[in-house]
Design a protein around this ligand. Structure first.
Ligand SMILES: NC(=O)c1ccc[n+]([C@@H]2O[C@H](COP(=O)([O-])OP(=O)(O)OC[C@H]3O[C@@H](n4cnc5c(N)ncnc54)[C@H](OP(=O)(O)O)[C@@H]3O)[C@@H](O)[C@H]2O)c1
Length: 260
């Protein structure tokens, strides 16, 4: 029996990992709603996807997720276009590097709104209908940063730890159902993130930066295999595992060193 085509809402689909996540869902035959702030970039992604997958419906939704009424705007858009969401991909996010007490406070709070609050709100909004249908799922993009504290990026690391713990908690809660939830934990990845987050010249980004297409492929493969946590790349897996065995004071020091 051929299943009806399903729709994935992908946030942060205008650049980097989000673009490749959109291609991965398109490859598997899913219609798309691509969300970000930059309309020109979204239109380009839409046209690139449709040139490869002309049978798909690809909508673009220009929305700043930091705005208080973001969820309401998303709901209105979906209702107006008669779209129901089967897959939610919470990928939009950014980081800030610097001393906690010196970084711009409003930017830090905006980061928490985007990386934590909006992600939580979107999960809470879409999960009940997925559970009612007993299908679909949520792919949350955290980071290997979620496994430890991150001096010089303290708020960012804490925000990704939140995403990881939230998603793992929900994973256990909904396990009896067929609804999927995975946390994608990339390490350094080529995208606009390095520039936006002022990470480009750090030791962390010196070696082993992965391609966003590879990160997205591994992430979506793991998601459809119902993996709770998907860590991309051998080096990142080792780092995440080592965290459990290395004393905490050393973990903090290494993270500080890498962020410099
Ligand atoms: N690259 C890495 O090394 C790395 C490593 C681990 C985890 N991650 C995570 O991976 C995710 C994707 O990042 P990326 O590396 O692909 O970086 P990116 O190229 O900077 O992409 C970030 C995406 O988020 C969107 N976005 C940012 N602020 C937004 C807002 N207020 N409202 C709506 N959309 C917004 C951006 O679109 P607009 O600017 O058009 O709004 C863009 O599409 C993030 O959650 C990041 O934390 C990245």
């Amino acid at each position: 029996m051929k299943l009806p085509m399903q729709t994935a809402l992908i946030t942060g689909a205008s650049s980097g990992i989000g673009v490749d996540l959109a291609f991965e869902f398109a490859k598997r035959g899913h219609h798309l709603v691509l969300l970000a702030r930059r309309e020109d970039r979204l239109l380009q992604v839409k046209s690139d996807i449709l040139s490869q997958y002309p049978a798909l419906q690809v909508h673009i939704l220009v929305q700043d997720l930091i705005q208080d009424d973001a969820l309401k705007q998303i709901q209105q858009f979906l209702t107006a276009n008669n779209i129901s969401i089967d897959y939610l991909v919470n990928n939009a996010g950014f980081g800030l590097r610097g001393q906690f007490h010196e970084l711009d406070q409003q930017r830090q709070l905006d980061m928490i709104t985007l990386n934590v609050t909006r992600l939580t709100e979107l999960c809470r909004h879409f999960l009940p209908s997925m559970l009612a249908k007993n299908s679909g799922g949520i792919l949350n993009v955290a980071s290997v940063a979620g496994f430890q504290p991150g001096p010089k990026m303290s708020v960012y690391f804490a925000s990704k730890a939140f995403v990881l713990f939230l998603s793992e908690g929900i994973y256990e809660e909904i396990k009896p159902s067929h609804v999927l939830i995975s946390t994608l934990c990339p390490g350094p990845t080529a995208s606009e993130f390095g520039k936006v987050s002022d990470m480009e010249n750090t030791r962390l980004f010196d070696h082993g930066v992965m391609a966003s297409a590879e990160v997205a492929r591994i992430g979506v493969d793991g998601f459809f295999r119902n993996q709770a946590i998907v860590i991309t790349g051998f080096k990142n897996k080792i780092l995440a595992i080592l965290n459990r065995f290395v004393p905490r004071f050393l973990v903090r020091k290494i993270a500080h060193f890498l962020q410099t």
